[in-house]
Design a protein around this ligand. Structure first.
Ligand code: NAG
Ligand code: NAG
Ligand code: NAG
Length: 512
């Protein structure tokens, strides 16, 4: 009760001081409107523009930071401007503004060519981001001292090459595209042909691959930088997650309870990060903020925890956790065993580890001709090369899946009605929200896939009209068993008709 009141009081107190979203007169933020906008952008080399509404809470929070950044950046000839979209709807519509605040960067004086601002919302991150925008994508150094200074100050990984003219063009091209995530430098006196300097690390990571290859291929150079630019032991959050996914490497997560715990394990994970460089990425994740993510990794919310997600195979691995009863009775904080972490990492890399597959229980008996498949039975079933196996991957909440259900049911009944087809086909479904199906590419629900007899490694996705006739035609065309499904269907229809007639004969009246 007390604490709740306190929260209310605090909220009220803060509310009373909540600042305006509009920068005060006399600040270094320039107010722009339809009449002044184009001319201002055209006459200033670098402008950050905030499109906002006075009532918007995030705009109010941003205001003092924005004002502070504006005065710091003035000396660098970088301007910060504001456009009030409640006054200037047309300008905001022209700029395609959909939410507040929207921040856009205008470089080189063209009002029609805005870049999305992708930095943070504190004065410091606005300043860093905008200073960076004012620099060329590759900074050229001829002075060792200035170069060392850059390495010391940069909060981003610095990619450096020694100016080799064979690499020059590709290097510049990649620098233009990765400009926001990395700092690129050219230094004639560099000891290395090409290297990445990570923040807070003394030793650079030098390029040891095929020089001719990357000199010709911007894609290869980009891929190398995306892997080597990851910290040995980094942090997963909204800003960094994309880089981890793009690296294509499996990601090893350390979920920690608090900063002390992160620190305690930091050198251990940094060491692993160095040892397994290029094979796995290691990163911490703040369980206080993102603890729910454990579920996506098939782990329980018992922290600290360690888990590995191989995103290309979608396989998940984790250090064993406690049964719920035991966890609830714990009388001291949980500890993560570094020995078990090392073993798991080693097993995953050498292909020996068992993934944790999420699965419903295997059903004791099947309720209908549509076979209920679960995570534990899925792989074995689709690997049955003697049968045509059709699998519907669905989600319980999906409307299209519900509409398909009776049609799919009927398809299964038809194939079960004949001795030969019943032995040659499996018509199954699996709730993909409750069961893992690693390696199956699900782009939506339902996804229906045929694993044909004789060539189950070449699955065929069903992408046509969802009717019984269409399914039968699809199975006949793509299946491996090549049975006369039309005849089976005709026989089934005839039997149905007869059964209906018999039934109405028996009861002596038509059904309602
Ligand atoms: C700032 O920008 C203006 C307008 O482009 C230009 O005239 C001026 O020389 C620049 N000043 C500096 C210090 O770069
Ligand atoms: C390197 O490439 C950039 C961009 O294409 C170009 O501006 C620069 O002159 C080149 N430098 C050398 C030494 O060739
Ligand atoms: C991750 O999965 C891919 C694709 O199945 C596989 O080639 C790779 O070896 C796996 N990596 C690890 C470290 O298990």
């Amino acid at each position: 009760m007390f604490s709740k009141n306190l929260v209310t009081l605090l909220t009220l107190a803060l509310g009373a001081f909540a600042q305006d979203a509009t920068a005060p007169k006399g600040s270094d933020v320039v107010k722009l409107d339809t009449s002044s906008f184009a001319e201002y952008i055209e006459s200033h080399p670098l402008v950050l523009a905030e499109f906002f509404a006075p009532w918007c809470g995030h705009c109010k929070n941003l205001a003092p930071e924005y004002v502070e950044a504006a005065s710091a950046l003035k000396k660098d000839n970088i301007s910060l401007a504001q456009i009030d979209c409640t006054e200037d709807q047309e300008l905001c519509m022209d700029q395609g503004i959909r939410g507040y605040p929207s921040l856009k960067v205008f470089k080189g004086g063209d009002p029609s060519k805005a870049l999305e601002y992708e930095g943070g919302r504190t004065a410091e991150s606005i300043i860093n981001y905008m200073v960076k925008q004012s620099l060329p994508s590759v900074q050229v150094f001829d002075d060792e001292k200035a170069f060392e200074e850059l390495l010391k100050e940069s909060v981003q990984p610095v990619v450096v090459f020694n100016g080799d003219k064979n690499l020059n063009q590709t290097f510049h091209k990649v620098a233009d595209s990765l400009f926001n995530e990395f700092t690129f430098a050219s230094f004639d006196g560099a000891k290395e042909y090409l290297a990445v300097h990570l923040p807070n690390e003394d030793e650079p990571i030098s390029f040891k691959g095929d020089r001719k290859g990357i000199e010709k291929s911007a894609d290869d150079l980009e891929a190398w930088i995306k892997i080597e630019g990851l910290p040995y032991f980094g942090e997963v959050n909204g800003q960094t997650f994309g880089a981890y996914v793009e690296s294509g490497l499996p990601l090893a997560y350390f979920f920690y309870n608090d900063d002390d715990e992160r620190k305690e394990y930091s050198s251990f994970f940094t060491k692993l990060g160095k040892e397994y460089r290029g094979k796995l990425s290691f990163a911490g994740l703040d369980a206080r903020k993102f603890g729910r993510h454990a579920e996506n990794l098939n782990m329980k919310e018992q922290f600290p925890l360690f888990a590995i997600h191989n995103m290309s195979s979608n396989l998940k691995y984790g250090v064993a956790q406690l049964p719920d009863e035991k966890y609830e009775k714990l009388d001291k904080p949980l500890k993560l065993s570094t020995k078990e972490v090392s073993k798991l990492v080693n097993d995953v890399v050498s292909g020996k580890a068992e993934p944790i597959v999420k699965s419903e229980e295997i059903p004791e008996k099947q309720e209908s001709n549509v076979i209920k498949i679960v995570g534990k039975t899925h792989d074995q079933l689709i690997e049955d090369n003697k049968k045509d196996v059709l699998v519907k991957y669905y989600a319980p909440w999906c409307g299209h899946c519900k509409r398909l259900a009776p049609i799919y049911e009927q398809l299964a009944d038809i194939l079960a009605s004949d001795d030969k087809t019943s032995k040659s086909f499996v018509i199954g479904d699996i709730d993909a929200t409750e069961n893992d199906v690693p390696g199956v590419d699900l782009e939506g629900y339902p996804t229906i896939i045929l694993y044909p007899a004789g060539k189950n490694s070449k699955p065929v996705v069903f992408e046509q009209e969802r009717s019984v006739e269409s399914f039968l035609a699809f199975l006949k065309k793509n299946g491996g068993t090549k049975l006369d499904l039309e005849k089976v269907y005709e026989k089934y229809q005839a039997e149905q008709k007869k059964a209906d007639e018999d039934e109405s004969d028996e009861t002596g009246h038509d059904e309602l």
